[in-house]
Design a protein around this ligand. Sequence first.
Ligand code: MN
Length: 207
Amino acid sequence: MTSEVSFKKYELPPLPYKVDALEPYISSGIIDVHYNGHHKGYVNGANTTMDKLEKILKGEAAGYDMQGVLKNLTFNTNGHKLHSIYWYNMAPAGKGGGKPGGKLADLINSQYGGFDKFKVIFTEAQKSLPGTGWTALYYDTESKNLMLMTIENHFNNHFAELPIVLIVDEFEHAYYLQYKNNRNAYLDAWWNLVNWDDADKRLSKYL
Ligand code: MN
């Protein structure tokens, strides 16, 4: 068996709807730049950083800062993976929103005192996020809790192997073209797009 230095690379997953499918809540201009620009950039950035790691392993890197390389890898890999959840967590306008069903609804009801209370606290978490990042709902496979998480930039506090069920992107690139500095208006509109079936499927894999 030969020894090789080779990392498998990421690919940009398909957008599960057309760029204008989320209008009027999120404009086609935003989705185009966000998906084809930003998300693709994170995929490329992760792959480029893996190329760099391969060069380091082969002794072909002239000079490098290992912590810088790993920070790039973390930023771009998380950027790719978090966006991959974000797109599929939304459904075309008219097909998303409403309330969750299935086991997700059961857990929200038994833990958060019902969907309305959950929506209030998840909204509070979203709207109080300082600067750039994400707000997520994840399932703790140890405690069996559905739990809120805040993610600064792409450097998540994502405890190993805990699956994210629902996530919202709060980077300015996710709303600025349409909502300018009114992030709260974007966050209010986002609820109309939530694909609860997708969130419930993500959760169900771990129950
Ligand atoms: Mn983004």
